[in-house]
Design a protein around this ligand. Sequence first.
Ligand SMILES: [Zn+2]
Length: 67
Amino acid sequence: MYTGDRDTEVIFLKKLWRGEMVVCPKCKNGNLIHLHKKAKKSNNDWKCPQCGEIYRTITMLQELPND
Ligand SMILES: [Zn+2]
């Protein structure tokens, strides 16, 4: 996970999926952008233009710990 706990991680993912501006939780310097510029609706990958971290939201969702 990139954030401190499961709830925060879910909020982070939901913001990305809604298309909101989300600050990179790793470097806290950049707003995440779509990894693929010609994004279709199926694009679920984002990246940070500042530190280069790549966020694959489907993978992140699958790796969330169960309570
Ligand atoms: Zn970053």
